[in-house]
Design a protein around this ligand. Sequence first.
Ligand SMILES: [Zn+2]
Length: 448
Amino acid sequence: MFLPTKDWSLLRAPWFAAAFLMAWIAGFGNASAEPSKQNRANPSTIAKQTSKSHAITFASVDGDVQITSEFAGGRMNGCQQVSASEFAITIHPERDQINDSAWYAFRIDSTQPRDVCVRLNYVGGSHRYDPKVSRDGKTWMATPQWVTKRHPLGSEVELSIPLDGKPIWIAGQELIGGEVLQRWTDTLESLPYVNRSVIGQSVQGRPLHRLDITDADRPDYVFIVARQHPPEVSGAIGMMHFVETIADASPLSEQFRSRYCAAVVPMVNPDGVAQGHWRCNANGVDLNRDWAHFSQPETKAVVNQLLACRKTDDGRLCLFIDFHSTFDDVFYTTPPKANLFPQGFTDQWLGAIQGRFPAYEVNRKANHNLQRSTSKAYVARTLGVTAITYEFGDETDRETIRTVASGAAEEMMRLLVNLPAGTAEPSIADRGAAESTDLVAVGADPKR
Ligand SMILES: [Zn+2]
């Protein structure tokens, strides 16, 4: 399974040289910036395709295999044919010096059933996501068994892919992009107590949507955001189940909505998702490190909504949850003694989730990243409100995500409907003492 670097070089050396020579003769040694007809390989002459763009289309020498990343969420920066049935794909991040969440997504079309070997070569990162595959671009299946070789440093993996003459999508995670979110929000919006609004635009002009789920005229608020980081799909799946539970027909959810509003921004970074980014928005900024500067239109739009929740006459902001993904399921929280409103909520909530799922380990890491400009740190430090980063594991079983996220939403609602009315939210002026004593900086996990 594990080959040293030199063996990888030897394996591909003869075909690499031949393919490179063919590409050079054909004049395709230079990269082109944007997806266009120039990026499309001519099947009769080209065996290599490279580009600074994440969206290119490659054709095999015999013309029967096409590999493309020219779709929303696609990422493949280069492709070359190594032998009749072997292809080497290059994956770049959107900028240098970036969190190592190496996203890839491409589709292979062929008319003949055949087995192909595809090598993923990562530039500036390493393999994180085992492949998920789809035959229709909608339903997905995890296929870790397709990974037949891994470079020990993760710089290259080899996938063995059975083609059946029909298109096949291969991506780091399920493709849950703008279109899927649109259908999801359309379904929710058909409910009488769900309203959608556009709260701003991304750098590239994509709308930023907010859903309000409430039956109350002057509600207290739970504010939920997701997808600041494009590849963190398991977090988005968790957010969707969490929100669907708040919107369901159970007596508990009805009771919750009679007093609270769940304000949801389901995709904070639509440009990054559409362009298959590893981490950033279209300006190359990590949005979850922009919650002190608010230099980007996406973070500005969200924080304006968040602050407006505190300005309503009777409403209070009671909880902020930011959904992400990392290697395992984990709640990144503020310190247990932090003086946040509602007092003691985090302990009670995570305890209730653990009590509900005894066989599931509720993993809490307190004091995470509080020195950084993250959403959670901003809300806790500046607004004095309980803020939690809710992470699901990259490869956590999707049914487990559904069960735990739905249960977590119910336990949250059960606690909040019992919160005494009129309990004062701490004023911003009161935050000074808590900030200097409780919210101290500790080590950070760069994967988050
Ligand atoms: Zn994240």
